[in-house]
Design a protein around this ligand. Structure first.
Ligand SMILES: [Zn+2]
Length: 738
C-alpha cells in the first residue's frame, strides 16, 4: 500500500498494517474472545477498507472509525465495546491535557485575569507563576486525589470543592493563632529561634511576623482572637522599663525597685502612683511606644507579601473586651491606628480586618467599662469600614468561659468561625478558639439541586439530604488526605504548637481533629425562587428556608456525633464561586427570571443585595437563619456616606443586630479615596476636591475589604456591588429618631 497516514499533530507517516493489528489485538487481549486468526482477518478487512478510500492519505481518526465499524459489524461485540471505551478514554485524556496546557498558558501570559480572590495580584510575576502552577495542581487533584463521586459533584456544579489548587498538597485552610503562648515562650523558625517578646513594640512586630509565617503553612486566613488581652503583659513590660528609666533620669531619689516585681503589677497599681512624676513619664512613653508599635503592625500587614509575593496574609484581629488599663490602652491604640490609616495619604488599611467583640456589661451601653471604646470603634467603622462586630453573647457560642477570653466568640474576617470542639482535651473549654481553624470547606450549590429536582420541593429536600451526606463524605476524604501529610511540611505550625493539641507520637491527626469540616451553601434566595416562586423575604419562602437550614443543622449534629469530627454549617463567602457557579448554571439551564438573570448567585442565606428594604428588616430576616450556622456567617447592611457623621445611628444599628443574636455583623459604607490629594468621601469617577481620576473605591468583599473593587473584584462580584441596595434609604427618619 502506498497511502500515507496523517497523524493528530499533522505529521505524515507511511501506512502500517502492523499498527492496526496492534490496536485490535490490545482490545482483544483485554476481553479474550478473539483468536490470532480472528485478529488477522479483521485487520485485513480494515486495511482493504483503507485502500478503497478516495485520495492518497488517511487520518488516524478515519482509521479508528473503520476499526470501530468493522468490529461492530463482526460477532466480536465485547471487543468492539472495549475498543470504543479505550478510544474514548484516550480522546478525553488528550482533550484534558490540551485544555490544561491552554489554561496554564493563559495564566502564565496573564491573559486570563479573573481576580478569583480580591487579595491576589494575578498580574504580578509571582501571581502568574502561582496561578499557572495552580492550574496543574487543580487538574492533578481532580484526576488523582479524590473519588469519582467527589470529582463529579465538583464538575457538575453541585458540590464545590474550595481551594482545589491546595488539595493535592494536603494543607489546611485557616487558623486562629495562639499568640498568648507564642509571644510568652518565643518560637523556632527554620533559620533561627525567636525569644519571647520583651516589650509592646517587639510584641506587635512579632504578631506581624507570626501572621506571615503561619499563612505560609496553610491556604486561608490567620486571626488573633483577643489581641487586647494578649498584649497586657507587654504593655506592662514596656511600662516597667520606662518607669525604671524615669526613676533613674528624672527622679533619682535613691528608691530602687525590682524589675521582676514590677512586671507583676498593673500599670495602675499604687506603687507606681507613689512616684507621680515618673508615673506620668512612663505612661506617656508607653502610649507613644504602643502607638508606634500598632502603626508598625498595620504597615507590615499591608506590605509583607506572602505566598511567592502575590498576596498579603488574610489577617484578622479580634479585640474589645479587656477592661484592664493595659488592654484598654491597646484597644484604643488599635482603633486610633485604624482611623489614622496608612501611607502618605492615610489610606484605609486593608489588613488586618479589625473585629470589635461586643459584650453585654462590658462595652454595650453607657456606664459599662469599655463603652467609650465601643463608641470609638463605631467612629472607626464610619470612616474605615473596620472594625466589624462579633457578638460575644451569641447563643451559638454558649458554654464559653467569662474568665477566659480564648473562649469568647471571635471570627476570621471573612466569617469562618470555630464552634464547639467535640474533641476537646480534658480541662480545655470546648469553645476554645485559639489553635483551631477551618480545615477544608465544600459548598452545596443549591440552585443546581433545585433544577435537578424538577423544581419540586419534596424531590429537592430528598436530593439535598443526599448531597449533604455526599458533602460529608467529600470532607472526610479530604480530611484523611490532609492527615496523611508529614509534619515536616508545616514545621512552624506543628513544632511550635501553633495548631492546638499536636502530639508527635499520635501524628498530625492529634491537632487536625480540633479543626472544622465546613459544609457550606450558596444561593438560598435563588433556590427558594425556583421552588416556591419567592425568596425568604416572603413568609412562604421563609418557611421553606427554615426547613432547608434545619436539615443542614440536624445532619451536621448527627455527623459530629457519629464521626467525632467538627462538622459545621457554613454560610460560605463564595467570593469567586458566586460568579463561576452562575456561569455554569446559565450554560446548563439558561436564563431564569430572578434566578439566573444576573451574573452572580446570592451569598449563602443572604437576602439578595437588590431587595429594597430598610436596615431593621434586613437584620430581622437574616437573624432568623443565622442560628443554624456553626462554622461562620456574616450579616451586613448598606449605608450611605451621610451615616458617617451619625455615630448614634450606627450604634443603634449595631445594638439592634446584637440584640437579634446576629453573631457577626458589618456595616457597609462607601469608602472612596483620592490617591493624589487624599480626599476621602463617596464619589463617582473623579475627586470632587482636585478633579483627579486616580481614585480608590473600597468595598467589602466577604467580610474583608480589598483594593479598588473595579480592578480587584471578579466580574460577578463587581456586578453584585453595583446592585447593592442602600438599606438606609428606606430606614425612616434614621437621622433623628433611630
Ligand atoms: Zn483629589
Amino acid at each position: 500500500m502506498s497511502i500515507n497516514v496523517i497523524k493528530r499533530d499533522g505529521k505524515v507517516v507511511a501506512f502500517s498494517s502492523d499498527k492496526i493489528k496492534r490496536a485490535i489485538s490490545n482490545a482483544a487481549t483485554r476481553i479474550g474472545e478473539m483468536s490470532e486468526q480472528d485478529i488477522d482477518r479483521i485487520t485485513e478487512i480494515v486495511v482493504n477498507k483503507c485502500d478503497r478510500l478516495p485520495g492518497d492519505s488517511v487520518s488516524v481518526e478515519q482509521i479508528q472509525d473503520l476499526v470501530e465499524d468493522t468490529l461492530l459489524k463482526s460477532k466480536f461485540n465485547r471487543t468492539a465495546k472495549s475498543y470504543i471505551l479505550f478510544r474514548d478514554m484516550r480522546t478525553r485524556n488528550r482533550d484534558n491535557k490540551s485544555k490544561l496546557l491552554k489554561d496554564i498558558a493563559k495564566k502564565l501570559n496573564g491573559t486570563n485575569i479573573v481576580n478569583q480572590n480580591a487579595n491576589l495580584d494575578e498580574a504580578s510575576f509571582g501571581g502568574r507563576k502561582g496561578e499557572a502552577a495552580n492550574e496543574l495542581m487543580k487538574w492533578f487533584a481532580l484526576n488523582n486525589c479524590m473519588s469519582k463521586k467527589s470529582r463529579e459533584n465538583h464538575l457538575n456544579n453541585e458540590i464545590y470543592i474550595h481551594d482545589l489548587d491546595s488539595y493535592a498538597l494536603g494543607c489546611h485552610n485557616c487558623l486562629s493563632i495562639p499568640f498568648d503562648h507564642l509571644l510568652a515562650n518565643g518560637f523556632d523558625t527554620r533559620q533561627t529561634d525567636i525569644r519571647p517578646a520583651s516589650s509592646i513594640n517587639t510584641a506587635f512586630q512579632l504578631v506581624a511576623v507570626i501572621f506571615q509565617l503561619q499563612s505560609l503553612q496553610q491556604f486561608g486566613g490567620v486571626a488573633s482572637t483577643h489581641l487586647d488581652w494578649t498584649m497586657v503583659p507587654y504593655v506592662r513590660k514596656s511600662f516597667a522599663k520606662h518607669f525604671l528609666d524615669g526613676m533613674e533620669y528624672i527622679c533619682d531619689n535613691g528608691v530602687e525597685y525590682d524589675k521582676e516585681e514590677l512586671l507583676k503589677l498593673s500599670i495602675d497599681s499604687k506603687l507606681y502612683h507613689e512616684q507621680p512624676k515618673v508615673y506620668k513619664y512612663a505612661l506617656a512613653k508607653t502610649e507613644k511606644e504602643l502607638a508606634q508599635a500598632v502603626e508598625g503592625m498595620y504597615h507590615n500587614l499591608n506590605t509583607l507579601q506572602s505566598r511567592s509575593g502575590n498576596q498579603l496574609p488574610f489577617s484578622s484581629i479580634n479585640y474589645g473586651t479587656c477592661t484592664l488599663p493595659e488592654g484598654r490602652m491597646v484597644i484604643k491604640a488599635l482603633l486610633e491606628g485604624c482611623i489614622k490609616g496608612v501611607g502618605k495619604h492615610h489610606r484605609t488599611s486593608i489588613f488586618p480586618c479589625g473585629i470589635f467583640q461586643y459584650m453585654k456589661g462590658v462595652n454595650d451601653r453607657p456606664g459599662t467599662p469599655n463603652y467609650d471604646l465601643y463608641r470609638l470603634a463605631l467612629e472607626s467603622t464610619a470612616r474605615r469600614l473596620y472594625p466589624n462586630y462579633a457578638n460575644v453573647d451569641w447563643s451559638g457560642n454558649a458554654g464559653y468561659d467569662r474568665n477566659d477570653p480564648k473562649t469568647y466568640f471571635s471570627t476570621m474576617g471573612c466569617r469562618t468561625a470555630n464552634g464547639f470542639d467535640i474533641n476537646h482535651d480534658e480541662g480545655v473549654n470546648p469553645q476554645t478558639k485559639d489553635g483551631r481553624g477551618n480545615l477544608c470547606p465544600v459548598t452545596i450549590i443549591m440552585p443546581t439541586l433545585a433544577m435537578e429536582a424538577g423544581r419540586d420541593v419534596d424531590c429537592f429536600m430528598a436530593l439535598l439530604d443526599t448531597k449533604i451526606h455526599e458533602a460529608k463524605d467529600m470532607l472526610i476524604e479530604r480530611y484523611e488526605y490532609i492527615c496523611a501529610q508529614d509534619p515536616s511540611a508545616a514545621r512552624f505550625m506543628y513544632e511550635n504548637n501553633v495548631m492546638l493539641g499536636y502530639k508527635p507520637e499520635e501524628g498530625i491527626r492529634s491537632a487536625l481533629k480540633h479543626g472544622t469540616l465546613a459544609i457550606g451553601q450558596l444561593g438560598l434566595a435563588e433556590t427558594l425562587e425556583l421552588l416556591v416562586g419567592c425568596n425568604h423575604t416572603h413568609p412562604e419562602g421563609m418557611a421553606l428556608a427554615h426547613r432547608i437550614e434545619g436539615l443542614f443543622k440536624q445532619r451536621i449534629a448527627e455527623f459530629k456525633q457519629k464521626y467525632k469530627l467538627n462538622f459545621g454549617v457554613y454560610y460560605t463567602p463564595a467570593e469567586n464561586l458566586c460568579y463561576t457557579a452562575m456561569k455554569k448554571f446559565k450554560e446548563k439551564y439558561g436564563e431564569i427570571e430572578k434566578v439566573s438573570d444576573r451574573d452572580y448567585f446570592t451569598n449563602s442565606m443572604h437576602v439578595p443585595v437588590w431587595e429594597e428594604m430598610d436596615i431593621f428588616r434586613k437584620i430581622d430576616i437574616e437573624s432568623e437563619l443565622t442560628g443554624y450556622s456553626s462554622a461562620g456567617c456574616i450579616t451586613y447592611v448598606e449605608l450611605d456616606s451621610a451615616a458617617k457623621s451619625n455615630i448614634d445611628a450606627l450604634e443603634t444599628i449595631v445594638n439592634y443586630a446584637m440584640d437579634k443574636d446576629i453573631p457577626y455583623f458589618a456595616l457597609n459604607l462607601s469608602n472612596d479615596t483620592c490617591l493624589d490629594c487624599g480626599y476621602t468621601e463617596e464619589f463617582n469617577d473623579h475627586c470632587p476636591e482636585c478633579g483627579s481620576k486616580n481614585i480608590q473605591q473600597l468595598r467589602r468583599v466577604t467580610g474583608y475589604l480589598t483594593n479598588d473593587y473595579k480592578t480587584a473584584f471578579n466580574y460577578g462580584k463587581q456586578k453584585e456591588v453595583e446592585d447593592r441596595f442602600q438599606h438606609i434609604k428606606l430606614t425612616k427618619g434614621w437621622k433623628n429618631e433611630l
